[in-house]
Design a protein around this ligand. Structure first.
Ligand code: 7TS
Length: 398
């Protein structure tokens, strides 16, 4: 698979083990963006000339392909800057439409900051309380506690489809069922879900689903908010500007229909086109086999760490509900030092709090080192990481 990703031509020695931060881009996505600027560039939804009509057509075709892939209607696919913006739209516009004082929002302790902070802002604005589903000892979501926390007061339940730090696939169907039983709305942060799992929003029956293009082989700066049509229609606009209006007078304005109502200004045209091609790429993959591949690499790493590195604490148990992410802390080596040693050997891993400070607190650490494999990794990459870890121990323990 490496051959499909030009970055490995530019950096033949690169071992890229940071796919949870962003994926590398296949040739087809890079070519589509290049082609757009070379021969198709014009603004969309405006021109009466052929170039603009063509740009509008390929932009909108991209939306259609993304909608078909996640089993949504095309008007339910809003282009955003990414997962972060998608969640902010729901927290702000949805907050205004749906949250009332005394309501409760239920999140989990594993969330990325982008699925915590927008809700904290909304909670303050609307007099709402936030509750967090805790973890069990094996670092899975505590469903018993979730059952207690999700009550008639709950208005919104929002959680990650897959944890970016632990790589655990959350039991979203069970939690959505609990939310539905009490009449709460549901949102999934799919930033780490879309790259690994086939997502069907109708089958999941979530009200909102957010994802970023860049973690799923697409460009940065583009993502999607899926929302059920009736809910999106009930929400006020997020931003004002061009494209999102039906009519503007000096006294006031009326709003365009979906999806334009939530897409003020010139959109990220080449991003949306690139994302459409990335979705085609995802569609062409045997996702289940790739999940098994990533799990295999994660398991291999976990097993070798257990055999050879007693000073390494592994923060998550591999399982079937897991995408292969291995998150560790070393007794004597700071995660940033380990990442620096890896970097000196051309190995990219992430160190830090991974934008999940509350989870770090729950885990009792301030930062971790994270290895997140993807389809372009193989067993040799895991061996290279282990060699770097040996080198780091030599440097720091002697
Ligand atoms: N939600 C989850 C679960 C994420 O993993 C991330 C990014 C985001 C939201 C935010 O996505 P954005 O595209 O809007 O920035 N996660 C990571 C990570 O784990 N390492 O770098 C970015």
């Amino acid at each position: 698979m490496k051959a499909l990703f030009p970055i490995f031509n530019s950096h033949p020695a690169l071992v890229y083990l940071d796919s949870n931060a962003t994926s590398q881009k296949p040739q087809a996505v890079i070519e589509a963006i290049d082609q757009y600027y070379r021969s198709e560039n014009a603004n969309v939804h405006r021109g009466v000339y052929q170039l603009s009509e063509n740009a509008t057509r390929i932009f909108e075709e991209s939306r259609l392909r993304i909608a078909a892939y996640i089993n949504a209607e095309s008007v339910e696919v809003i282009f955003t800057r990414g997962t972060t913006e998608a969640i902010n739209i729901v927290a702000q516009s949805g907050g205004q439409a749906f949250l009332r004082p005394g309501d409760e929002i239920v999140l989990t302790v594993c969330e990325h900051h982008s699925n915590i902070v927008p809700w904290q802002i909304a909670a303050e604005r609307h007099g709402v309380t936030i509750k967090y589903i805790p973890l069990t000892a094996d670092r899975r979501l505590d469903l018993e506690a979730a059952r207690e926390l999700i009550t008639a007061k709950t208005r919104m339940v929002s959680l990650g489809h897959v944890s970016n730090v632990l790589g655990v696939i959350h039991p979203v169907r069970e939690i959505i069922a609990m939310a539905k039983a009490v009449g709460a709305l549901t949102m999934l942060d799919g930033a780490q879900g879309i790259p690994h799992l086939k997502v069907d929003v109708k089958e999941l029956d979530c009200d909102f689903y957010a994802f970023s293009g860049h973690k799923a082989f697409g460009p940065t700066g583009i993502g999607v908010l899926y929302g059920k049509k009736a809910l999106l229609n009930a929400m006020p606009p997020y931003q004002g500007g061009g494209d999102m209006i039906e009519k503007v007078t000096l006294q006031g304005s009326t709003w365009n229909e979906l999806p334009s109502k939530f897409e003020a200004g010139t959109p990220h045209i080449e991003g949306a086109i690139g994302l459409g091609v990335a979705i085609d790429f995802l569609k062409s993959l045997p996702l289940e086999k790739l999940l098994a591949h990533d799990q295999h690499l994660g398991r291999l790493l976990t097993q070798k760490l257990r055999e050879e590195f007693p000073r390494v604490k592994i923060l998550v148990e591999p399982g079937e509900d897991w995408v292969g992410t291995v998150t560790i802390v070393h007794e004597n080596i700071h995660p940033h030092d380990l990442a620096a040693v890896c970097d000196s050997d051309n190995i990219a891993i992430r160190a830090g709090h991974h934008c999940a400070q509350p989870l770090m607190e729950v885990l009792g650490v301030t930062s971790t080192a994270r290895v997140s494999p993807g389809l372009y990794n193989d067993e040799a990459d895991i061996e290279r990481f282990l060699a770097a870890l040996r080198k780091a121990e030599k440097l720091f323990l002697s």
